[in-house]
Design a protein. Structure first.
Lengths: 282, 316
């Protein structure tokens, strides 16, 4: 009797459990589904009441039309270049600086490290105006270098790489020194290969934020040929919110989100690990 | 064995050679850290000091720095006494951050607890909940603008089927901020779920087994094992996300009509501090006022950070 009651409760429990998970999942996915569906509709379909779930005749030419209106191909290339250069910059500066703080004794080391950590508390927004001024003085306004430069050093990246490199035994380095390796070669041929997984995590973790960045590119870039993907999407908005172009807008928005979604599904493992690492350090 | 051989190799060196070796290593260490340190000094430390100075000056960014006019606390006085938009922005930003973070924490914890229980295809669910996080906030904003638009929006179309009159969502000052909060929750609840889930998986199962042996029911295990051990993770989530939410810009920008200069929804109902700062600095070129706003928000964020450090220390 009692056993039966328990199993009934557990059945109800797991039904509720899957109901909640499904509801949450539907909430997450439905907007994407609607966006894709609307991107293939005709302007009449998109505003008809009740709205069709799927377009009667998928209007694939919407995608061709939108590609002619905004230079998305160019925006992909710009975004890829900016993201790649910034991530490479972060990986290099984080690993070499983290290495020095983990494996060398030098005067002022702890003070400098504390200073680096404390810069993590400065939100980028607070230094927006001075950094903009500096980039302007360097002549990098409306230049992709103006997007790359402020992002190539990450205080968190230095911290993370230092923690990781602390776990590499000193014996590896000493053995290399006996063999006559220079300090830079130790970094390049011993430290870098051993930090591979940490570098992958750090890189992928930063990639998404750089790809999706909006406020800074909005300030720095002025001409359409330099627009990154979020800026190209933004130029879609000025193109109008009328029902006539809603389908094109949704087509453009979907095209703009695809690369990040694909990259995420492939690199999910590293991205999740990066999130978890940053979340559990506290 | 290299490991045992090393000390002998080292002790064979003359003291002089050891010292030179150390100096040489110190030199390399400095070479290694120089780029990052110079960069952080130049593009983080110096700018924050400069921001502080600009907040006490009147500047349009075109005037050369030596000719910048010192105005003392005038900018702050202006924000407090005359800038109604800033006050609305401050209020909106607090409501946005407070309400959003509270709901997300509750929803995220619930989701993580379910994913941590016996469940099929955990990775599948996790991937789905994560999609909004990797999507550009701007794209999410545009997607939702369409879905929630008053006249053509799909949500209103669907409500119409059930005889519910069209809701204004972003078009009314009463519902605009709530709508933005709803989208922010949509955007980041997956992040909370992932971090909470990692925290839950870090709790040794022996604790629960021991409690069960002592006759604890699931509710007791939750309140006396899960919650205390999850506290650091929860504190981290709340603090970092509050700090992040206080700087909200992208989704607000994407969902409001920026062709009017104030930029913040009907009757300033969704203007936020960063949005107002952006407009003041880069549309009106009032760098002094904008820097003063940035300093106010920075002060608030510093207080929250210090509270976090204090709370974490108390635990140890």
């Amino acid at each position: 009797m009692r056993k039966k009651k328990y199993s009934l409760i557990s059945i109800i429990g797991s039904v509720l459990k899957y109901f909640f998970l499904t509801a949450l999942g539907v909430w997450m996915l439905l907007p994407f589904f609607w966006m894709i569906s609307a991107s293939l509709m005709t302007p009449t379909e998109i505003i008809s009441k009740p709205p069709p779930l799927l377009p009667a005749n998928p209007q694939w030419e919407n995608y061709i039309k939108i590609a002619q209106v905004i230079p998305l191909g160019r925006a992909y290339l710009n975004s890829i270049a900016v993201t790649l250069l910034t991530v490479l910059g972060i990986l290099f500066t984080s690993s070499i600086t983290g290495f020095a703080f983990a494996k060398y004794q030098f005067p002022g080391r702890d003070v400098l490290f504390t200073l680096i950590l404390s810069t993590m508390m400065i939100p980028f927004f607070v230094i927006l105006i001075p950094v903009f001024y500096i980039v302007k003085q360097l002549g990098w306004i409306n230049n992709l270098m103006g997007l790359v430069l402020p992002g190539i050093v990450s205080a968190y990246g230095i911290f993370m790489m230092r923690q990781f490199i602390l776990g590499i035994p000193d014996e590896f380095l000493d053995a290399a020194r006996i063999d006559g390796a220079s300090e830079f070669r130790i970094y390049w041929q011993i430290i870098l290969p051993l930090t591979g997984p940490a570098l992958a995590t750090l890189g992928v973790f930063n990639m998404v934020g750089i790809w999706n960045a909006f406020l800074w590119p909005l300030l720095v870039l002025q001409t359409k040929d330099l627009y990154t993907v979020p800026l190209a999407l933004n130029s879609l908005r000025t193109y109008g919110m009328e029902s006539q172009v809603l389908n094109l807008q949704m087509a453009g928005t979907f095209l703009g989100t695809i690369p990040a979604l694909i990259a995420f599904v492939i690199l999910q493992r590293y991205f999740t690990r990066g999130i978890v690492l940053s979340g559990l350090k506290g | 064995m290299a490991i045992t051989a090393n000390p002998y190799a080292r002790s064979g060196q003359t003291p002089g050679r050891t010292r030179r070796r150390l100096n040489h290593k110190t030199l390399w260490a400095f070479i290694f850290i120089t780029p990052a340190v110079v960069f952080l000094l130049g593009l983080s430390v110096l700018p924050i000091l400069f921001s502080g100075w600009v907040s006490l000056s009147s500047w349009d960014m075109i005037t050369p720095i030596p000719k910048m006019k010192w105005v003392g606390l005038d900018n702050f006085a202006y924000l407090i006494n005359r800038d109604a938009v800033f006050q609305a922005a401050l209020r909106n930003t607090f409501v946005f951050a407070g309400v959003g973070v509270i709901i997300n924490t509750a929803l995220g914890l619930a989701g993580a607890l379910l994913l941590n229980s016996k469940i099929r295809s955990r990775t599948f669910w996790r991937t789905i909940y994560f999609l909004p996080i990797v999507t550009a906030p701007l794209a999410l904003g545009m997607m939702w603008s369409y879905l929630l638009s008053k006249n053509y929006g799909l949500v209103n179309n669907l409500l119409g089927i059930f005889g519910i009159p069209p809701q204004p969502f972003m078009a009314s000052p009463d519902t605009a901020l709530g709508t933005i909060i709803f989208i922010a929750i949509y955007q980041s609840v997956g992040y909370y779920i992932i971090v909470f889930l990692a925290g839950l998986q870090g709790i040794p199962t022996e604790y629960y087994d021991a409690a069960a042996v002592d006759g604890a029911n699931p509710r007791q295990s939750f309140w006396y094992i899960t919650m205390p051990l999850l506290r650091p993770v929860m504190l981290f989530l709340i603090v970092t996300n509050t700090i992040g939410a206080l700087q909200v810009f992208d989704i607000v920008f994407a969902m409001t009509d920026n062709t009017n200069w104030s930029g913040g929804g009907p009757a300033n109902s969704t203007v936020t501090v960063v949005l107002h700062t952006y407009m003041t600095a880069f549309k009106f070129f009032k760098m002094g006022r904008a820097s003063a706003m940035a300093m106010v928000l920075f002060g608030i964020i510093m207080v929250i950070t210090l509270i976090q450090l204090k709370l974490l220390q108390k635990r140890d």
